[in-house]
Design a protein around this ligand. Structure first.
Ligand code: ATP
Ligand code: PAU
Length: 408
């Protein structure tokens, strides 16, 4: 074996850990949310020889580090809470020394997303660290490739309330379409490691759902809007084919009476104002409109390049059954069953993971992350919304994941 092998496992919260045990904090600062990924070693473990012939040149040395990779998120509008969180847990000391100034105490933190530029001065001022910017699309693709290759139960299909994990073989991964639904939507044709093209995008994305939803329903939080959408009936707001065709299907062009002919079409009625509609019906119709639209555009782009597999990421999805179902139905309907929508367990952390993995490019003294990392989540999440942690003020998808990492 010509590389070090590092195994990372465990599931403890690193609240009070010393800064020496935290390493490789990476950030993805998006239009709506900040995502954090970092590694923490367990207290009782340091790098240790695991097996094989330890040698001074490291060629055949096998090392073990017990620890966890952590995932956190904050709203970008609450960036000061995020900085406070980083400071209180000394996560910022888990960057790497500036390569051009090894003798100084300059610490570089890998960061991606638009905020990596916008908030660089704030991080320098408040934490004394430099943000080392990585390209957002590079990071999204690196994160997606990593998860799809490394995590056994990462990708899954979701249809009619059924979640089915999909086994992806390394040699049969490419090409695929990656659709990242953040505030806006990016669509990337991925052909290999670092080989991709952003083929399309749409400004009608997660920010649209949250922005329009907030205005129309007066919800105070995204979670509240999602919760509301669970209870609503979109047919009260949407104009169905049956509304236009007197209750019958338009079977000649394949449209059933219950298909949506026009999203929000019933709201044209002169008899009703916004307050006459239930907020939950509006929330449901909006979620369906946006999910359906993204599903359709995604399929059309997959068709452009002959791609059968479409992976959806981004925090808009949030493990929501209705969102995933709508996207899946749109892809299935428009592709006549030829293409498949697939979702990712770590949907919102692609960019942050990509930034985390980019530490590999620099010399790391204690941990190098290699593409052949094996990750096993400590918990498999049920479909539905994931945990919200009001105590820390941050929204947690996963506290941490258990994994084995093979160092380069
Ligand atoms: N707690 C939350 N607060 C706000 N938006 C949320 C929340 N949870 C999920 N979302 C949804 O996730 C979207 C943001 O997703 P994501 O974090 O992937 O993108 P981003 O990086 O902020 O955006 P972009 O990549 O376009 O800059 C929001 O627009 C919203 O639809
Ligand atoms: C601008 C980004 C890349 C920022 O993450 C994202 O919000 C996005 O892809 N928006 C869609 C822009 C467009 O292609 O119309």
């Amino acid at each position: 074996m010509d590389r070090e092998e590092v195994e990372i496992e465990g599931n403890s919260e690193p609240n009070q850990q010393s800064s020496g045990q935290i390493s490789h904090l990476a950030l993805d600062i998006g239009g709506s949310l900040i995502k954090l990924v970092y590694f923490s070693r367990n207290n009782n473990n340091s790098v240790a020889s695991k097996a094989g012939n330890a040698s001074s040149n490291g060629n055949s040395r096998t090392l073990v580090v017990d620890g966890q990779i952590h995932f956190k998120r904050f709203e970008t509008s609450k960036i000061n809470d995020c900085i406070e969180f980083i400071h209180s847990r000394k996560l910022h000391l888990g960057g790497v020394q500036h390569h051009e100034a090894p003798t100084s105490d300059k610490i570089m933190i890998k960061a991606t997303g638009g905020g990596a530029c916008m908030f660089a001065d704030l991080f320098k001022e408040k934490l004394g660290v430099f943000l080392d910017k990585e390209d957002e699309m590079d990071c999204l693709v690196a994160g997606a490739n990593f998860l799809l290759k490394a995590v056994h139960h990462e990708a899954f299909t979701y249809m009619d309330g059924r979640k089915e994990f999909v086994q992806i073989h390394h040699d049969d991964l490419y090409p695929y379409l990656l659709v990242n639904i953040g505030s806006g939507v990016s669509m990337l044709k991925v052909d290999g490691d670092g080989k991709f093209e952003r083929v399309s995008g749409t400004s009608v994305g997660g920010g649209t759902f949250w922005g329009l939803g907030r205005l129309l329903t007066r919800c105070k939080s995204f979670d509240e809007l999602l919760e509301l959408s669970h209870q609503g009936n979109n047919r009260v707001v949407d104009m169905l084919v049956g509304d236009i065709y007197g209750g019958t299907d338009y079977s000649k062009i394949g449209l059933s009476a219950t298909a949506i002919a026009s999203s929000f079409g019933k709201a044209i009625s002169n008899d009703k104002e916004l307050e006459d509609y239930k907020p939950e019906d509006i929330a449901r119709s909006l979620l369906r409109m946006i999910s359906n639209n993204i599903g359709q555009i995604s399929y059309l782009n997959a068709l452009r390049f002959g791609l059968r597999r479409i992976f959806f990421g981004g925090f808009f999805i949030r493990g929501q059954a209705y969102t995933m179902d709508t996207i899946s139905v749109a892809v299935k309907y428009w592709s006549k069953g030829e293409a498949k929508a697939m979702f990712l367990e770590h949907e919102g952390f692609l960019g942050a993971l990509g930034a985390f993995l980019s530490y590999e490019k620099r010399s790391l003294d204690d941990l190098k992350v290699h593409q052949s990392v094996q990750l096993t989540p400590t918990c498999t999440s049920p479909v539905g919304d994931k945990k919200h942690n009001p105590q820390t003020g941050c929204l947690n998808e996963y506290e941490s994941i258990q994994c084995s990492i093979y160092a380069a």
